[in-house]
Design a protein around this ligand. Structure first.
Ligand code: 13P
Length: 256
């Protein structure tokens, strides 16, 4: 049992991939699988902004939730190219991924920026999935717990609770590389994050802590069985219904 009483969440981060056609096919396939028997896990897809409306329509009241991959900290205004949290809520999103390492790197997002975005997301009624994780150099230097602690302290707003916030631990060196930490390393990090959440946030004992980074059907059950792992944030393998479903099945097995 990963954390007694916490239902796992398996979330697909499509990143900047896919097409309208692919989105329709993928959602259709997932809904068909769901129709043959639900799993004891929550499912979430996070397509690129332009496909959110079409995916919302395709999901049409299914048990699969919809999320976006970023939002702005302001609710409206002169921010060309940006998208506000209330717009995402308007489209039917329940979640938004914030502070992914690719945004921290590609767009220079600081943890303070991530916290401001998370506040906006929570105010709009969205659940924020706040991403944290160390680089390979930081792990090799033995600094991973310290680095992630700082990211949690600075990125998670005071308003966070189990109903509106999810943490995703994604070691940067495991993203898209096929490499994963050992179960012992995942457990050490997730226990550290759990302890921090309990200290800092109301209901921190119940906040879901996802693992992300090269999760595949073949390693999902093992990773999802680790103590304090409450689901997965999946990149590449979320683009194929068979793989995404295989990961959900792995999480379901581990949830007992
Ligand atoms: P991969 O599953 O492709 O390694 O990506 C993980 C990730 O960054 C999810 O947000």
């Amino acid at each position: 049992m990963t954390t007694p009483g916490i239902r796992p969440l398996v979330a697909g981060n499509w990143k900047m991939n896919g097409s309208l056609g692919m989105a329709g096919t993928l959602i259709g396939d997932l809904k068909a699988r769901l129709g043959q028997g639900a799993l004891p896990v929550d499912l979430l897809v996070c397509p690129p902004f332009p496909y959110l409306g079409a995916v919302a329509a395709a999901l049409g009241g299914s048990a699969i939730s919809l999320g976006a991959q970023d939002c702005h900290a302001a609710n409206s205004g002169a921010h060309t190219g940006d998208v506000a949290a209330p717009m995402l809520a308007d489209l039917g999103c329940g979640y938004v991924i914030l502070g992914h390492s690719e945004r921290r790197t590609d767009h220079g997002e600081s943890s303070a920026t991530v916290a401001a975005k998370a506040k906006a997301a929570l105010a709009a009624g969205l659940t924020a999935i706040v991403c944290v994780g160390e680089t390979e150099a930081q792990r090799n230097a033995g600094e991973e717990l310290k680095v992630v602690e700082k990211q949690i302290v600075e990125s998670v707003p005071a308003e966070a609770n189990a109903g509106n916030t999810v943490i995703a631990y994604e070691p940067v060196w495991a993203i898209g590389t096929g490499k994963t930490p050992t179960s012992a390393d995942v457990e050490a990090m997730h226990r550290h994050i759990r302890a921090l959440l309990k200290q800092r946030v109301t209901g921190g004992a119940e906040i879901r802590i996802l693992y992300g980074g090269s999760v595949k059907p073949g390693n999902a059950a093992e990773l999802m069985a680790v103590a304090e792992v409450n689901g997965a944030l999946v990149g590449g393998a979320s683009l194929k219904a068979e793989d995404f479903w295989g990961i959900a099945e792995g999480a379901a097995r581990s949830a007992g």
